[in-house]
Design a protein around this ligand. Structure first.
Ligand code: ASP
Ligand code: MG
Length: 404
């Protein structure tokens, strides 16, 4: 069997944990499997590097940032190979260049395009455990790129797809995918299975366990994922196309505190206004999430939308630059103390009243809803961020009685 095993930063944070991971991988190897290991940078190393960069130059180019950040993963793979070697097992570490993991050229947010598998296959044929840097790639200029924060999951899934692996395990510091973040909701419980679509919604909403692009890729190539803890042997959560059990109404409640709302007020009520507004943002790669447009009145209208909290300053700057020229709006308002709370469930599609039940739960605890957005399998509300814990618990409670 060919197994891809990915370990996040906390799983390789220190010497003891590196050896713990080494032993887990060696166990599979000794059972006759081919083992490819994907690692993140140790602990909070990526944050540390980012802070160092900011200290030297707050406007560092994305190319140089990627050059810097890719060193984090290179440290962990080399140390892991040394650990395995010291345990008497042949291992080799490879970075994105050595494997040849080709990405698009966008620094800090590149996408994997193609992975050469020859080098890895040769090393596996030589009976080595192959340890690959997560999160990084190489673009057409032969520069290092990174795949966005949390991107090592995507490296692992892409490798599993390219190598036609029999198993892709994502090891983390929690036991699997939970119905809600157990740090916020005490009664949250681990799911045994979840569909790609549900997981994709949860990952995009910031559930934190998996990089959303890794789920997208797993779905596209049909790579079944197992999310499990590196600290114990609990079974974890399987992420796949169809779950065996009847589709649950709601399989998870998620929140994202890192959201901000921008309101563009007094725009002309004319064709092309929304296009201009969002095109300005798209040019700078600023993702927009929930969009609400008011009904036109007296020839004007308002458009509000949410963006990631860390993009809000950039977004406002861009819009302010065009305020008097192409946008012609009265003012731009920003609200940063908001959060998203969402419910996700494949069973929603065929069940009316799920959204109403969520709104009722929020009403019961006196939480005001500022914006609403839905998909086939998701309902999201924007609320004041001070109410997140209360809202999460109320919503989780109202669905867990019958449906979880
Ligand atoms: N080390 C990178 C990060 O902290 C990638 C990852 O952990 O997946 O975002
Ligand atoms: Mg992660």
């Amino acid at each position: 069997m060919l197994i891809v095993k990915k370990f996040g930063g906390t799983s390789v944070a220190d010497k003891e944990r590196i050896f713990n991971v080494a032993r887990r991988c060696i166990e599979d190897y000794k059972n006759g499997n081919e083992v490819v290991v994907v690692l993140s940078a140790m602990g909070k190393q990526t944050d540390v590097l980012l802070a160092q960069a900011k200290d030297i130059n707050p406007n560092a180019s994305k190319r140089e940032l990627d050059m810097l950040l890719t060193t984090g993963e290179q440290i962990s793979v080399a140390l892991m190979a040394m650990a395995m070697d010291s345990l008497g097992v042949p291992a080799v570490s490879l970075n994105a260049f050595q494997v040849a993991m080709h990405t698009t050229s966008v620094y800090s947010n590149a996408r994997l395009k193609k992975i050469d598998t020859d080098r890895i296959k040769n090393e596996l044929a030589n009976k080595k455990i192959v340890i690959v840097t997560g999160f990084q790639g190489v673009n057409k200029f032969d520069d290092y790129t990174t795949l966005g924060r949390g991107g090592s999951d995507t490296t692992a899934v892409a490798l599993a797809a390219a190598l036609h692996a029999d198993k892709c395990e994502i090891f983390t510091d929690v036991d699997g995918v939970f119905t809600a973040d157990p740090r916020i909701v005490k009664n949250a419980r681990k799911l045994n299975e979840i569909t790609y679509d549900e997981m994709l919604e949860l990952a995009t909403l910031g559930a934190g366990v998996l990089h959303n692009r890794s789920v997208e890729m797993a779905k596209k190539y049909g790579v079944e994922l197992v999310v499990r803890s590196s600290l114990n042997t609990t079974e974890g959560t399987v992420v796949k196309e169809e779950v065996k059990m009847e589709k649950m109404l709601v399989s998870g409640v998620a929140c994202d505190r890192n959201a901000a709302r921008i309101a563009v007020i007094g725009l002309e009520d004319q064709p092309g206004v929304a296009f201009k507004l969002f095109n300005h943002l798209a040019k700078y790669n600023i993702n927009v999430d929930i969009i609400i447009q008011s009904i036109g009145r007296d020839g004007t209208k308002d458009i509000s939308f949410t963006v990631d909290g860390d993009k809000v300053d950039e977004a406002v700057k861009i819009l302010e630059r065009h305020r008097e020229t192409s946008l012609k709006c009265e003012k731009i308002d920003v609200e940063e103390s908001i959060a998203k709370v969402s419910i996700v469930g494949a069973g929603m599609m065929s069940n009316a009243g799920v959204a109403a039940k969520m709104f009722e739960a929020l009403y019961d605890v006196g939480v005001n809803i500022k914006m609403i957005s839905t998909s086939e399998i998701r309902v999201t509300v924007i609320i004041d961020d001070v109410h997140v814990d209360k809202a999460m618990n109320a919503v989780h409670e109202s669905f867990s009685l019958a449906d979880f």
